[in-house]
Design a protein around this ligand. Structure first.
Ligand SMILES: O=C(O)CCC(=O)C(=O)O
Length: 297
């Protein structure tokens, strides 16, 4: 029997009593889907999934994305984006090592940003019995709901631009700086001109209504939002910093401590997330599938 147990104050639930490797009837799927949208981030513990089974389960939610970073897709399974600090036998990175340095919502720079992502823990770094590489989630719907009415109305009139180009350049510069300071052991290669040109900047509303729950949330994030329109960069930076501090305050955050076999799914419209890089050189290997969402306005 499926049980859903709340694990965070404003977000997060553990769903137990389901084996995601098996075909699933429509009633069970409907129960999972409704718990997922309600809680915004859900974890299924102790799963044993092949890439094909992860793909089959997440495909029930919609069209799967093949990530723009082709070099980080899993061989034979384009729908799986590999996150890892591991190297293969030829010394080549097996996946993306820098995903999630900033608070972000997956693929939010696209005209049709991601609806949800599912991350499966294949290898989790553990030191002295404690799992490292936690992932943090912040509910931007809970953050929006907590704002005063006048502030909600002011933000509802605002627009922001998400830029894959600015994000990759900022991320790469930060990684180069880390390397200079001796922090990371595995290096990302520079974003290619082809990658930078492949996703145009997208302008969209700051306040976004969720297509399923109808909750409103702040669709801005530190990683991908380049600027708010209609003001100077300096004004935009100050306003964004204030809003990010509001969204990511502890009351709206759930921190996930990983175990091998966790399949964690999060709602990219309702929340944003951030990785922790505290484990190198211990190996970490995660497989992500990402479901496309509706177009932003
Ligand atoms: O590896 C993590 O903990 C989070 C990864 C992430 O941010 C992403 O997949 O977008």
């Amino acid at each position: 029997m499926i049980t859903v147990t709340r694990i965070g104050k404003h977000l997060g639930a553990e769903i137990s009593g389901v084996d995601l490797s098996q075909p699933m009837d429509d009633n069970t799927f409907a129960r999972i889907s409704s718990a997922f949208f309600d809680h915004e981030v859900v974890v299924f513990r102790d799963q044993r999934l092949t890439p094909a089974q992860q793909i089959a389960f997440t495909r029930r939610f919609g069209i799967l994305e093949a990530h723009v970073r082709k070099e980080s897709r899993l061989g034979g399974h384009d729908e799986i984006f590999v996150l890892s600090n591991k190297l293969d036998a030829n010394g080549k990175a097996v996946g993306a090592q820098d995903a999630g340095r900033y608070w972000h919502s997956d693929l939010s720079y696209k005209r049709e940003p991601s609806m949800l992502s599912a991350l499966y823990a294949v290898e989790v770094p553990v030191k002295n019995g404690v799992a490292l590489g936690n992932t943090y989630f912040a509910s931007s719907t809970a953050a929006f709901a907590a704002l005063p009415e006048a502030e909600k109305q002011r933000l509802t009139k605002m627009r922001n631009v998400h830029s894959y180009r600015e994000y990759r350049l900022k991320n790469y510069a930060a990684q180069q700086e880390d390397e200079r300071r001796g922090i990371r052991t595995v290096q990302e290669h520079a974003p290619t001109p082809e990658q930078l040109a492949s996703v145009p900047d997208t302008e969209m509303n700051v306040v976004r209504e969720h297509p399923v729950t109808k909750r409103k949330g702040l669709f801005i994030n530190e990683g991908h939002t380049a600027y708010l329109t209609g003001m100077s960069r300096a004004e935009s930076d100050a306003e964004l910093a204030r809003l990010y501090a509001h969204i990511t305050q502890p009351a709206f955050v759930y921190c996930h401590s990983w175990r091998v076999g966790d399949l964690l799914m999060w709602d990219n419209i309702a929340l944003q997330h951030k990785a922790t890089f505290d484990y190198d050189p211990l190996p970490r290997l995660m497989y992500r599938t990402t479901v496309r969402g509706p177009a932003v306005l």
